[in-house]
Design a protein. Sequence first.
Length: 229
Amino acid sequence: MKGSGFWTAESSQTPQPYHQADAAQTMSSVQRVKIVCFGDSTTAGTPAFLSPIEAPPNGSGDEKSQYAYWMGKGHLEWEVLNRGVNGERTDQILSRFQRDVAAENPKWVIVLGGVNDIYQGFPMDFAERNLAEIYELAVKVGSTPIACTVLPYNSMSRGQSRARIELNMWIQAEAKKRSIPFVDTAAAVAKNGEPDKLEGTPDGLHPGVGGYREMGRAISVVLEQQPHG
């Protein structure tokens, strides 16, 4: 995807409070636009990075292994917060909304979840209900949700592949129905000619640094097209 020129250079328990700092996004600036990246391992930065929720206060590992890093690197006016947790289903992501989204009062919320619902065999209407509630809650607190498609993983069964396609079609249609921005993050990381496989994956389940960079690029291009007032 062509876009910004800067690209060249499991737990369902009630979440507990944690420190709010984020290592990759601590540059001082006036009136920066706050963005919360809200999701599972593909937001957290697995396998090479632990998010600030998983390893407070600043996260741990290779900071380039998260799409939030690449978004912030390309836009110094954005304050990009990584609020991903490895292994979570959409209901578990939803349970963190008040702490990790509403309390931050962001302009935009990047919503990426559903792969663990598929992996664990939950019906698609389960993920759809939870994602719809996240979209609704974001709007209620004055934020704009950004609907993102679920990434593939290389060991998907035929049934899991069908479920992912079905869920992603729903996400795209739901974004259109709600008039909210949509990003095909799955296409950004998929292997050329093999949409059910990841390009350059270190573990067969998650993107590598290059994939997270492409996700950051795809999301940034869509955000650049949104009103900034």
